[in-house]
Design a protein around this ligand. Structure first.
Ligand code: UDX
Length: 432
């Protein structure tokens, strides 16, 4: 099957490579010429485990190709997957400008019937807009069908998630069951449950899933903060809860809050969608507010150990990415905390195994160090903001000698409190 994927970001590239790996001929289109030139040479412009290997493998067997020319990508493709960005606008609404641009171009180039599959997370209203643009701008006599096929990939695990999906959600218009079935056929080799539903249901499944994950994180962070007051250990609480199948064990890791390009964006977008329909989504707003509050809570923890006046203090930060296993710093709460610390007059020195280049693009004057020891040297305390496994292997006895004060605030509960205290640190985690 010939397939076109528009947008070679995380979702588009993983989907394209995954489909190529399943034996299809995939043409990946992106407007970014530099990105396409790199991909043609087998270089993935961001880090995602296993992705580069699969790009190279499929380039070699000619199952995947890359182009900036949408017309070329569309040619001979029955399926067109749209996976361009839908970032948050200032007011929380999803910014649909990239989708609109692609739709307009596509309408001009379509020469035969296409099944247009929207992977980007968009409010259901967007489908009416896409349909309207296509109908108005396409050549007469050329038909299309629209499908919603939301994506549940996690960064860092995206390739694994493509091949082991928890479910495939396919949303189509009433009476278009045969179109849903055609798309279902593509994904059958993955042996996942396939949910065929309406377009609005498909979009809401995506929003509700991401928002529910966010709500679990805000919930456990709230419990963590209460644990601190009553003297309980949130890690034990989460473990104790996890044996109940109704509760499960996912997304109960306390920390600095949820960051990254999806959870915050989708939560804000759903709040806005509800608002557009005259409904105030109070519960969703409180999830977002709790996330903001958690950042302030971490800041307060730092002030508790260093004093309210941070001016002139040096804080060594470990971790910049929004989670371990990625170099992505988009909506990273680590960067937000650093920004707040600096606004209070603190000096920040930082290290991250993969995220330093990306962080530099956001905070150009950030003092970056070559390793955790350089971070600790002469700092008033150490603050851990991303749960990289490799931080567990640090020689903390050495760190204790070079820190001005033996203080660790562990925002992600990465380290063993007993071990740290035995080494002579004043150790503060979250909720324990
Ligand atoms: C998320 C969804 O998991 C995925 O299904 C969707 O397609 C895209 O959004 P991702 O953005 O890659 O994926 O990040 P995820 O692994 O879900 O983590 C999001 C944030 O929550 C990170 O900042 C992470 O550190 C934080 N988190 C996660 C917690 O604080 N506690 C947890 O228990 C889990």
């Amino acid at each position: 099957m010939n397939i076109c994927v528009v947008g070679a970001g995380y979702v588009g590239l993983v989907t394209g490579v995954g489909l190529a790996e399943l034996g299809h001929k995939v043409s990946c289109v992106d407007v970014d010429k530099k990105k396409i030139d790199k991909l043609k040479r087998g270089i993935v412009p961001f880090y995602e485990r296993d992705l580069e290997r699969l790009v190279r493998k499929n380039l070699e067997v000619k199952n995947i190709s890359f182009t900036t020319d949408l017309e070329e990508g569309l040619k001979d493709s029955l399926f067109v997957f749209i996976a361009v960005g839908t970032p948050s606008r200032e007011n929380g609404e999803a910014d649909l400008s990239q989708i609109i641009q692609v739709t307009e171009n596509m309408a001009a180039f379509m020469q035969d019937y296409k099944i247009i599959v929207i992977k980007s997370t968009v409010p259901a209203d967007a489908f009416q807009l896409i349909r309207k643009i296509l109908t108005k701008k396409k050549r007469e006599g050329i038909d299309f069908d629209l499908v919603s096929n939301p994506e549940f990939l996690r960064e860092g695990e995206a390739v694994y998630d493509f091949f082991h999906p928890t479910r495939i959600v396919i949303g189509v218009d009433e009476g278009k069951e045969e179109v849903a079935e055609k798309l279902a056929e593509l994904f059958r080799p993955l042996n996942a449950p396939i949910i065929k539903t309406s377009i609005i249901n498909a979009q809401m499944i995506k929003y509700a899933s991401n928002v529910f994950l966010a709500s679990r994180i805000s919930f456990i962070n709230e419990i963590a903060n209460i644990c601190e007051k009553v003297g309980a250990d949130v890690e034990e609480i989460a473990r104790g809860m996890s044996f109940d199948k109704r509760l499960g064990d996912g997304y109960l890791k306390p920390g600095i809050g949820f960051g990254g390009p999806c959870l915050i964006k989708d939560l804000k977008a759903l709040i806005k969608i509800a608002e557009t329909y005259g409904y105030e989504a109070q519960h969703l707003k409180s999830i977002l507010a709790k996330n903001e509050h958690q950042v302030k809570h971490i800041l307060l923890k730092v002030k508790k150990v260093l004093g309210d006046f941070l001016y002139g203090k040096t804080i060594g930060v470990l971790g910049l990415t929004f989670k371990p296993g990625t170099n992505d710093v988009r909506s990273s709460l680590a960067l937000r905390i650093i920004d707040l610390l600096r606004k209070e007059g603190a000096q920040v020195k930082a290290y991250d195994p993969w995220g330093m280049e990306e962080a530099k693009l956001c905070l150009s004057d950030l003092n970056l160090c070559k390793d955790p020891y350089e971070v600790a040297l002469g700092a008033d305390m150490l603050l851990i903001l991303t749960g990289w496994e490799e931080f567990k292997k640090i020689d903390f006895a050495r760190i204790k000698k070079i820190l001005k004060e033996p203080i660790i605030v562990d925002g992600v509960n990465l380290l063993d409190p007993e071990k740290m205290r035995a080494l002579g640190f004043m150790y503060k985690g979250v909720g324990r």
